[in-house]
Design a protein around this ligand. Structure first.
Ligand code: N01
Length: 524
């Protein structure tokens, strides 16, 4: 994007206050000249632009509210908040982290109805809490990011949407989620299928399952939640498994009303439960970081399979043979029972083609289907790579990340000043609540913004040293972990490099980001 002419650009000085706001009313080439508007939804210039209104974006906004006097705007491509919990509406969609842990610490919900909440309850929770926040008045919906240019002279980002509208932002926080772009497998003939088809992450509610011949490709976490639900009403269900997964029991139950009331009346009780759940899941990090110590987790998974699947051949087909945790460990108590139903078939032969009437397998069989569901996961981190982000001296973020995404602390990149990520590369977890990571990150970013305010600065940039230290930590520890156990997973890119996971306990990440190291960032 080329900017032919700018309006009045802000001069360096106080940031995040009325004074700074009134100074910079600028426009980019495709935009109409517009004065800074105190109504943030209509603003063309803003202190902090947050992209995405899921857990990450809303948590960032709430943290800025606590910082005070920050003029921020959230832009969201959809027409409601919720992020992943708005998009993933497939039957059975739920969280596999217990609800009292899968909530923001500053926005608890004592009234979760189950230990593992369903998608609609989590989405309603996000809607309800954001409705009471100042952030809700500061979201512009239907705004899809197309490009971002760092203007070094003006020290701000020129951000443009798909419709050509521009916003100038002193600071951008990209909170678009790591698992956002569905992955469609490259199977020959995919578009030739004559029946109805959809991806689990883009579920089409108009597709009827009842009494239809249904196929599901994939046996990851999404598939394991989806399959038992589809099995209830489908005439037949074929599950196409390429690689078996390790499955642990899912001890879900309804939380009785008296307990919900007790959690509300006596918060320490809820906090004690949250703390216990945190420690329990955090202890799993040991099994992932030191796979030899994971024998007890394997034993639980093997016993679960033995208990639920009587047929020896089927059991062998479902037994994973890579280190547990290499792929995300699934939790389900109804996946195996669903597979043993008479009208459900587990197919383990490879898929060679999709044909108009169904799926062709490598043994030559054609499985005839009316509905085909791709539960084939996501292209992690693709959401940013698909946007034109040009930093200092016009450097492209996609080019900088061509080999693999590299960041300082998972939140910033040298050469891209005033740009932060929430749930960026190498900050996902394989064992605990990702909301804990989100909170670590928004606090870290907020500390940087506070420092900028204290210093009266307009530019902050991660140092090359900070990036090197972070990536060195990720790379040094990784080969000894379960994730490097030789399986295929969304944690790794095509070259087998870890692009998604933080390597360590979530507490270690919290500690790492709890302070601003003076050699991690340069603040002008
Ligand atoms: O995706 P996945 P997911 N032919 O990548 C198969 C989060 N999540 O959507 O293993 C045949 O795990 C692929 O096979 P293989 C969670 O972090 C959270 O299920 O590559 N099969 C695999 O079985 C999770 O880890 C919740 O051999 C093909 C499946 O598709 C992440 O989302 C709930 C294929 C993809 O599994 C992703 O989970 C749900 C092909 N060409 C999801 N291509 C919570 O509860 C792919 N597959 C919080």
């Amino acid at each position: 994007m080329v900017h032919a002419r700018y309006g009045a650009t802000p001069s360096p000085g106080a940031l995040f206050g009325a004074q700074a706001r009134s100074r910079y009313a600028s426009v980019c080439s495709h935009c109409r000249r517009n004065r800074v508007n105190d109504e943030p939804k209509a603003a063309k210039s803003i202190d902090v632009l947050i992209i995405g209104a899921g857990f990450g974006g809303l948590a960032m906004a709430h943290t800025l509210d606590e910082l005070g006097s920050v003029n921020y705007l959230i832009v969201e491509k959809a027409d409601s908040v919720g992020g992943t919990w708005r998009d993933n509406i497939y039957p059975g969609a739920a969280c596999d982290v217990p609800s009292h842990l899968y909530s923001l610490s500053f926005a608890p919900n004592p009234f979760w109805s189950r230990l593992f909440p369903g998608q609609s309850e989590i989405r309603a929770h996000l809607e309800a809490l954001s409705a009471g926040w100042r952030a809700k008045q500061r979201i512009r919906f239907g705004w899809t990011l197309r490009s971002m240019n760092w203007d070094a002279g003006a020290r701000l980002w020129r951000v443009q949407n798909a419709g050509g509208e521009c916003i100038d932002a002193r600071v951008v926080v990209a909170a678009m989620g790591g698992l956002h772009v569905p992955s469609w497998p490259d199977i020959p003939g995919r578009d030739s299928f004559a029946g109805a088809q959809c991806h689990s992450a883009r579920w089409r509610q108009e597709i009827s399952i009842a009494d239809r011949r249904v196929g599901v490709i994939g046996t990851g976490t999404s598939a394991l939640q989806l399959i038992p639900e589809l099995a209830r009403t489908a005439a037949s269900l074929h599950v196409f498994q390429r690689t078996p997964v390790w499955v642990l029991p899912r001890p879900d139950f309804a939380i009785p009303h008296f307990l919900q009331r007790a959690f509300s009346a006596f918060p320490p009780l809820r906090l004690a439960l949250r703390g216990m759940l945190y420690l329990l899941l955090e202890s799993m990090s040991l099994a992932l970081l030191k796979p030899r110590s994971a024998f007890w987790v394997k034993a639980i998974a093997r016993r679960h399979l033995r208990k639920q699947v009587g047929d020896v051949a089927m059991r062998a087909a479902l037994q994973a043979d890579y280190p547990i945790g290499c792929k995300r460990i699934a939790m389900s108590s109804d996946f195996y029972p669903a597979l043993t139903r008479d009208h459900v078939r587990l197919e383990t032969m490879g898929i060679t083609a999709i044909e108009p009437s169904g799926v062709r397998l490598s043994d030559g069989r054609l499985i005839e289907l009316d509905v085909l569901v791709y539960a084939t996961g996501f292209r992690p981190m693709d959401v940013l790579a698909s946007v034109d982000v040009l930093g200092e001296a016009g450097q492209s973020l996609a080019a900088y990340w061509a080999d693999r995404p590299r960041t300082a602390n998972g939140v910033a990149v040298p050469g891209f000043p005033n740009l932060f990520f929430v749930l960026g590369p190498n900050t996902a977890l394989g064992h605990n609540s990702v909301l804990y990571m989100i909170e670590s990150q928004v606090r870290h970013i907020s500390r940087q913004l506070r420092q900028m305010r204290v210093d009266g600065s307009t530019r902050i940039e991660a140092t090359a040293g900070a990036e090197a230290r972070f990536m060195q930590h990720i790379d040094q520890a990784f080969p000894r972990t379960a994730w490097a156990g030789g399986c295929r997973s969304w944690y790794l890119n095509a070259h087998g490099r870890n692009i998604a996971l933080w390597v360590g306990s979530s507490y270690a990440y919290r500690r790492r980001t709890a302070h601003l190291r003076s050699d991690d960032y340069t603040i002008d």
